[in-house]
Design a protein around this ligand. Structure first.
Ligand code: SAH
Ligand code: SF4
Length: 456
């Protein structure tokens, strides 16, 4: 019996942890399983197959996975056969068969390169062949060739590259996702065409280090060329993530500023505001270089007329990297104030076995790190609040994403700068029908994490 016959009618439940890449991998898993007839269910109780798509960037994600898998053990089985449990993604790739030794009720472990193998692995378990582990990098069927089931009709993630070559000293990603591999330009453009035909209005180009797109494939086209080409396709809104400051080229800055569809928001993770820590992190740029990029971006956007105070900048920051001193931390705080981030994702350093930073002994007490973390969070909130004040009285174009959880009459969506915006829905209009539409909102209230206004 083929995988498609076996999977037809099988109920499955998918849980995802981690970054956008992991969420997009899950869209491919869902698309593939459903193309073979499997049926999604919202809870593990009714599911004959439970798939975990995992993340191992920080320790918390490990703990969460183990807790959730363990809790499935005593859940009554959904039908005649025992429930199949599959663990994929970064933890699957990192731990392989060790996961099954730890939790023997896991049936399948598959790695970051083996999404397409899942139906055959499920079939093998159904056929009574026991535990299945598939981790080897295989060229047979790349994940990008699988159908994708998008969670929103109007937005799509579009992977342009996988893996990472940067080996930041704290980070496990290059070990579990492998080396940088750019997706051929024509493939990306063909998928974009399909997305546009399906009515997608916003696309986020996805990769661990999008600025180095094309480096492994050919000299040209590179990321700047891709931005221009996608920007000319008729797409309304283009975003991308993640950018590494060391690879943000002058050409990309120009393309960013002059391509109308590129939204005026850039996620440019700085990680630390101390040159000493940046060097120990193996980031290959200095604070001065980073601030220079911020200056060039703002100058280019001012020239191109992209809008006042653009681009909005967001960042990732790690607190408590081994050896971080109070002076290093204060330098980070100073940088946050200088840049004026609209948002920052702050993380307490998490030791990842196998990375160079894990070998460094650090005696900084956890309470000191926690205190720094809380001070940084306060600073980030002030910065976000300040950045939002500039929007008061402005009219912003909002891509409607749905209605507020608390109030079905309140539309919610995103501004070009990626701020959350709420506005009352027009009377007598079905709010759901406005999802995916771009509406003008005049901003009357600016809070730390959202703007509020009236439809124009
Ligand atoms: N490739 C992207 C993001 C990768 S992971 C980039 O370089 O920007 C997302 C974020 O997790 C990183 O930016 C970093 O801030 C954080 N991170 C990665 N490893 C970490 C670790 N060991 N401890 C704490 N935070 C970590
Ligand atoms: Fe990790 Fe650095 Fe690569 Fe980002 S660029 S995935 S932080 S190694």
């Amino acid at each position: 019996m083929s995988a498609s016959q076996r999977l037809n009618g099988l109920t499955y439940h998918l849980r995802t942890f981690g970054c956008q890449m992991s969420f997009h991998d899950s869209e491919r898993i869902a698309g593939m399983l459903e193309s073979l007839g499997a049926l999604p269910v919202s809870g593990a109780e009714q599911a004959e197959l439970v798939v975990f798509m995992t993340c191992c960037v920080r320790e918390k994600a490990d703990e969460r996975l183990l807790g959730q898998v363990a809790s499935l053990k005593n859940l009554p089985q959904p039908g005649l056969a025992p429930r199949i449990i599959a663990v994929g993604g970064c933890i699957g790739q990192r731990d392989g068969a060790r996961l099954i030794e730890q939790l023997p009720h896991i049936d399948i472990v598959f790695g970051t390169h083996n999404l397409a193998a899942l139906p055959d692995l499920v079939q093998a378990v159904l056929a009574g062949e026991g535990h299945q582990v598939e981790l080897l990098a295989c060229e047979c069927q790349p994940a990008t060739s699988l159908p994708s089931r998008r969670s929103q009709a109007w937005h799509a993630w579009l992977p342009i590259m996988t893996g990472c070559n940067n080996f930041c000293s704290y980070c496990i990603v290059p070990y579990v996702r492998g080396r940088e591999k750019s997706r051929p330009f024509p493939d990306i453009m063909a998928e974009l065409e399909r997305l546009l035909a399906e009515g997608v209005v916003e696309v986020t180009l996805l990769g661990q280090n999008v600025n180095s797109y094309g480096r492994d494939l050919y000299g040209q086209p590179r990321f700047a060329d891709l931005l221009v080409a996608v920007g000319q396709s008729g797409l309304a809104r283009l975003r991308f993530t993640t950018s590494h400051p060391k690879d943000l080229s002058p050409q990309s800055i120009e393309a960013f500023a002059h391509t109308a569809a590129v939204m005026p928001h850039l996620h440019l993770p700085v990680q630390s505001g101390s040159n000493r820590v940046l060097a120990a992190m193996n980031r290959h740029y200095s604070v001065e270089h980073y601030l220079g990029l911020v200056h060039e971006l703002r100058a280019a956007c001012a020239m191109s007329g992209k809008g006042a105070n653009t681009p909005a900048l967001s960042t990732d920051i790690i607190v408590g990297f081994p050896g971080e001193t109070e002076a290093d931390f204060e330098a980070t705080c100073q940088l946050v104030q200088e840049v004026g981030y609209s948002q920052a994702f702050t993380f307490i350093y998490s030791k990842r076995q196998g990375t160079p930073a894990a070998k460094v002994v650090d005696a900084t007490p956890a309470v000191v790190i926690q205190d720094r973390f809380e001070r940084l969070v306060t600073l980030v909130q002030q910065s976000a609040w300040q950045a939002n004040q500039g929007e008061l009285g402005q009219t912003v174009e909002v891509l409607v994403e749905g209605t507020s959880k608390r109030d079905a009459n309140m539309l919610t969506g995103r501004s070009p700068k990626n701020q959350t915006v709420h506005a009352p829905a027009p009377a007598g209009v079905d709010s759901e029908r406005l999802c995916g539409r771009i509406l003008k909102v005049q901003v009357t209230e600016a809070r730390t994490w959202y703007l509020r206004g009236e439809l124009v």
